[in-house]
Design a protein around this ligand. Structure first.
Ligand code: AMP
Length: 278
């Protein structure tokens, strides 16, 4: 597996591949890789000739400095995981490489989907996401790029950015990969104690409860019951539970597909999950 750290080196390799007619699949990550990431890599290998993974903890998408500092980093292990997954290339740039002095960001109007849920809790988060993924798409010009449904709102933001900036890339979404317990895999899970990891399954339990009961209870009552369940759970701090359409608009009738979105904190670790409810 090739390891590149500058756009110049990466692009000279990629242009050579493209000139041979090879398609490029791109999997952007922040590292501390787990099986969720590996699934994206495997999807990319199926669809594209060359699979490129990036590892970059993007400072501009963190609105809390301490969260950025605590974000797990594991470059050597990540390289081993990628090699074992048959990834072709990994790109590991520095912050200065991604944002050189004078770099001008293209501002994209996201029609308001950036300011609900994650955007409301983490102001400026999606501006940072759009900035970094936009920068990578400009330079890498991939044919496909792979994103997890775990960050469902991010996926919607990326699709919107691609449409507005007219990138030619095809965005491919991949289902959430879970631990056997149901806990959604996340780089942040390594910060949980063994006990915290067990307690964290409560998020999955609540989403499943929502799935069972939403058809009879509807949006407001389902949300209320879940809020109550979290109030009664001393380990968790619920940030939000929302039930919205797949397009991230309010549910207007019961025939619409509805998805539950839940974010909660345990042991100072912020966990995000979602589930289709009907
Ligand atoms: P991250 O490194 O957390 O920024 O995630 C990189 C990509 O992996 C994003 O598209 C995430 O949605 C995706 N991802 C993270 N965790 C999972 C998971 N458990 N299942 C599926 N995709 C995931």
């Amino acid at each position: 597996m090739l390891v590149y750290r500058t756009f110049e080196d990466l692009k000279s390799y990629l242009s050579n591949q493209v000139s041979k007619g090879r398609s490029i699949g791109f999997v952007p990550t922040m590292g501390a890789l787990h099986n969720g990431h590996v699934t994206l890599i495997k999807e990319s290998i199926k669809k594209s000739d060359i699979t490129l993974c990036s590892i970059f903890v993007n400072p501009t998408q963190f609105n809390v400095q301490a969260d950025l500092e605590k974000y797990p980093r594991a470059e050597e292990e990540d390289i081993d995981v990628l090699k074992a997954s048959n990834c072709n290339v990994v790109f590991i740039p520095t912050v200065e490489e991604v944002y050189p002095e004078g770099y001008k960001t293209t501002v994209v109007d996201l029609d308001g989907i950036e300011s609900i849920m994650e955007g409301k809790q983490r102001p400026g988060h999606f501006d940072g996401v759009v900035q970094v993924v936009g920068r990578f798409f400009e330079e890498i010009d991939p044919d496909y790029s792979f994103f997890g449904e775990k960050d469902f709102q991010q996926l919607a933001v990326i699709r919107k950015m691609v449409a507005k900036r007219r990138f030619k890339v095809n965005i491919v979404s991949c289902p959430i990969v879970r631990e056997e317990s149901g806990l959604a895999m996340s780089s942040r899970n390594v910060r949980l104690s063994e006990r915290g990891r067990k307690e964290a399954v409560f998020i999955w339990d609540q989403l499943q409860w929502a799935k069972e009961n939403y058809p009879s209870l509807g949006v407001a009552k389902t949300i209320l019951q879940i809020q109550k369940a979290f109030d009664d759970n001393e380990h968790f701090n619920l940030e939000y539970i929302e039930i919205m359409s797949e397009e991230l608009s309010e549910i207007e009738n019961e025939n619409q597909k509805a998805r539950g979105f839940l974010v909660a904190e345990i042991e100072g670790v912020r966990l995000i999950d979602n589930l289709l409810l009907n």
